[in-house]
Design a protein around this ligand. Structure first.
Ligand SMILES: Cc1cc2nc3c(=O)[nH]c(=O)nc-3n(C[C@H](O)[C@H](O)[C@H](O)COP(=O)(O)OP(=O)(O)OC[C@H]3O[C@@H](n4cnc5c(N)ncnc54)[C@H](O)[C@@H]3O)c2cc1C
Length: 423
């Protein structure tokens, strides 16, 4: 079966004018067409929901996509190996019929050392054990023990096949700590890997040869900002061995056509089930309970908005990325005005994402803003300043964000405003 999404290399564009999208009734809007947003869209659409996916880039797939940097040369720009894709998702979203094929990367990892020696760490415990025997014979037992603890963890938390008595923890609700503890029983080693050890502690527990230890350290910091000496990094090593793609425990592999084909197949599945996917349309803001505001100024309504976006105006957790202040301004007549997003770019400059020029006045801010350091904000055409519990919007002459502070506001009756702080 030919993938319609792959046929345009993920560049879906805007199949329907924005005003028509805005006029429709949606059950859910998904911000971002990364593979997670697309899989989510496919499942919701299959459940009969009216789903709109809005992607800011021209191409869908996010970090799991395919690019063509030179004519005729296609490549996976970020994610390049599949391993944690759940077989149930392959089955339910009909990936094989759509064309999904993969080749196990059995060669694993080749690691050269400064002393001229090297090791091929095959994705096959027996072959790997043999390679370890040649490099560091004294470490064979430790190596085997390290592989064994990973196997025990995988079997405990992600038992193979459909199991009515011991569910795969990746399916259904997240397990509680108690549930995990009970699965692991008194396997202290497995608990240390999962909850406590740094990757450095893990390799030192099992291996003596420093070359082997170093070869493995990187496996504990994949996709994280941690160092291998940070507690918990051993669990990352386990996580990357916890897949069961194709029924092969811990195996990773190359997807035919490039890793982004997975996202493209998800996009096909979503659209086939009735979801609408648009690309090249950035979302400026999520308005809880109402929908989204596009960067181009239009609003699209939906009672539920699901963010697949990375940190930025639409997502993020405390400590991640720029701080944000959202202001929802309530006019004297009780109606709400468009929300305003202030973003701290972490250099002390604050900028206003969206503001209405008819909002000249002094406003009070409800909520605790004392821990927010917003000395003053200036924007073109509209001044904005902030002190403790009030903020001021002035219709100053256009100024730049680096100009002198805004001083006073045109007097106006105080009206209520609510402030929500995120990030
Ligand atoms: C260099 C690199 C290599 C990797 N290698 C692998 C690998 O080999 N195997 C593997 O399994 N994983 C790998 N990963 C991790 C994997 O790619 C990511 O975990 C995964 O792609 C994340 O998917 P996602 O859908 O959650 O988010 P993303 O792929 O980040 O998708 C988010 C989408 O939201 C869009 N978006 C953001 N803001 C807005 C907005 N305001 N409005 C509209 N849309 C917006 C973005 O453009 C993007 O398309 C790698 C990651 C990187 C960076």
């Amino acid at each position: 079966m030919r993938s319609p999404t792959a046929a345009v290399l993920g560049e879906i564009g805007l199949p329907i004018p924005i005003r028509d999208l805005a006029a429709r009734t949606w059950d859910a809007i998904i911000v971002g067409a990364g593979h997670n947003g697309l899989a989510c869209a496919a499942y919701l659409a299959r459940a009969g929901k009216r789903v709109l996916v809005i992607e800011s880039r021209q191409r869908v797939g996010g970090a799991c996509t395919i690019e063509e940097p030179f004519p005729g040369v296609r490549m996976s720009p970020c994610a390049y190996l599949a391993g944690l894709l759940h077989p149930l998702v392959v089955e339910e979203l009909d990936l094989t019929r759509r064309g999904f094929q993969w080749t196990p990367a059995v060669n694993g990892m080749f690691v050269p050392f400064l002393d001229g020696s090297s090791i091929q760490l095959w994705d096959d415990d027996e072959r790997c054990s043999e390679a370890v025997r040649k490099l560091a014979p004294a470490d064979v037992d430790g190596w085997n023990a390290m592989c064994a603890v990973i196997r025990r963890l995988r079997d405990a938390l992600r038992p193979a096949g459909k199991n009515d008595f011991k569910r795969d923890f990746w399916i259904g609700d997240s397990p509680t700590r108690e549930e995990i503890d009970s699965r692991l029983g008194n396997d202290a080693e497995a608990k240390s890997v999962l909850f406590d050890w740094s990757m450095a502690e893990m390799v030192e527990h099992y291996l003596r040869d420093e070359r082997l230890q170093i070869a493995m350290l990187g496996q504990g910091v994949i996709g994280t900002n941690a160092s291998p000496f940070d507690p918990g990094t051993a669990s990352i090593r386990f996580h990357h061995s916890s897949g069961r793609l194709g029924g092969m425990p811990g195996m990773w592999g190359y997807v035919k056509g490039g890793m982004g084909m997975v996202s493209f197949y998800f996009c096909d599945a979503a659209r086939e089930a009735g979801a609408t996917v648009v690309s090249g349309i950035p979302v400026a803001q999520i308005i809880p309970g109402e929908g989204v505001l596009l960067e181009s100024g239009e609003r699209i309504s939906a009672p539920v908005v699901i963010s697949n976006a990375e940190n930025g105006p639409c997502g993020g957790e405390e400590g991640d990325g720029p701080a944000q202040v959202e202001l929802i301004i309530i006019r004297p007549d009780g109606t709400e005005d468009d929300a305003t997003v202030l973003t701290d770019d972490e250099t002390g400059n604050w900028s206003v994402g969206y503001i209405n020029t008819d909002l000249v006045g002094v406003y009070t801010v409800e909520g605790d803003c004392s821990d927010q350091d917003v000395p003053e904000v200036r924007v073109n055409a509209t001044g904005f300043s902030y002190t403790d519990a009030t903020f001021t919007i002035t219709a100053d002459e256009p100024t730049s964000t680096t100009a002198a502070p805004t001083t006073t506001a045109a007097p106006a009756p105080a009206v209520a405003a609510t402030a929500a702080f995120t990030g």
